[in-house]
Design a protein around this ligand. Structure first.
Ligand SMILES: [Zn+2]
Length: 305
């Protein structure tokens, strides 16, 4: 038998000032007459030593999970983001995202996070918000979502209102699971202020092995993009030509020329490392599994130049 609150609970999603909030509606009359808790959402039990104690009813847990979701500050645009609603069908490679979903569902304290990389429109924010929904409502884990570029704006606004930077950053440092979206989308490239803020948050979270951090970025990292490989293979030196001649077929390009043009793009792109410090990027790599979400045709069109 379940608490009447759980039996009659309906979760109504609302946009409150741009933030997705759940209003929990339930049959108040039925809850007042709940045979489990009589509407106080606690019931009396007797422990092994014969002491009587109050335990929270399932209804109380259900309301707590709704509060966790509301405190996570999911953007209203992603109010309906769930794993089920994510369109796996348009991905050229599904396995990575499926693994991401599996790992979220079996989250335990101290689990590694993820760094989702991929261009705009690949559904990274959808995946982050769906993960928050699952973790708060199904697992009861406190989560916080923050958009990196909004955060920088909030900190600047805090200065002008005499609110300390610490008050803005502290909840992000402490959150058991932090979702940091739009990593690297600062106003300026390698701006000192922005680098200091992000270093502070990441380093302090890194030091506490109980914390999990999920990141998403439109920028790629130099390692999984192939940049580091091509550089090591001598890109920009006379050795390169020989390497490219041997490699283009196994890298599935139509000609050496197409491969060269593809690599030229890779070598001249802006990376996460260009946006935040190298040391912070290496911390992130230790904290999170990297997952590149491949937009349809991305690789093929790059090879077609
Ligand atoms: Zn009850």
């Amino acid at each position: 038998m379940a608490c009447k609150l759980v039996e009659t609970l309906e979760k109504v999603f609302k946009n409150v000032n741009g933030v997705s909030q759940i209003e929990g509606k339930y049959d108040e009359e039925a809850v007042r007459n709940c045979p489990m808790c009589g509407g106080i959402l606690e019931f009396e039990t007797t422990d092994a030593q014969g002491y009587r104690m109050l335990s929270p009813c399932q209804g109380q847990f259900a309301l707590r999970r709704i509060r966790l979701y509301n405190n996570a500050l999911v953007p209203a645009r992603f109010m309906h983001a769930t794993f089920e609603a994510y369109n796996l069908g348009r991905l050229s490679e599904k396995a990575g995202v499926e693994m991401f979903m599996r790992e979220v569902k079996r989250y335990a304290r101290g689990a590694s996070g993820f760094l989702l990389e991929g261009g705009p429109g690949t559904g990274k924010t959808h995946l982050l918000c769906a993960a928050i929904r699952y973790m708060t409502l199904e697992l009861g884990v406190p989560c916080v979502y923050v958009d990196y570029s909004d955060l920088l704006g909030d900190i600047r606004a805090a200065y002008s209102k005499n609110i300390s930077e610490t008050d803005v950053i502290e909840p992000l440092v402490r959150a058991p699971v932090l979702f940091l979206d739009e990593l690297g989308k600062g106003r300026d490239k390698r701006n000192d202020f922005e680098i200091r803020i992000i270093n502070d948050i990441i380093n302090r979270r890194y030091k506490n092995p109980d914390l999990t951090t999920y990141f998403a970025s439109n920028y790629r990292d130099r390692d999984t993009s192939g940049y580091n490989n091509y550089k090591a293979a001598g890109y920009g030196t006379p050795a390169w030509d020989d390497y490219a001649q041997k490699r283009w077929k196994s890298e599935r390009f139509s000609s050496k020329d197409a491969f060269d043009r593809y690599v030229e793009v890779v070598m001249n792109q802006e990376y996460i490392e260009d946006r935040i410090s190298d040391s912070t990027v290496s911390r992130i790599m230790e904290m999170a599994n990297r997952l590149y979400i491949n937009a349809p045709d991305c690789r093929r069109s790059a090879g077609k130049f």
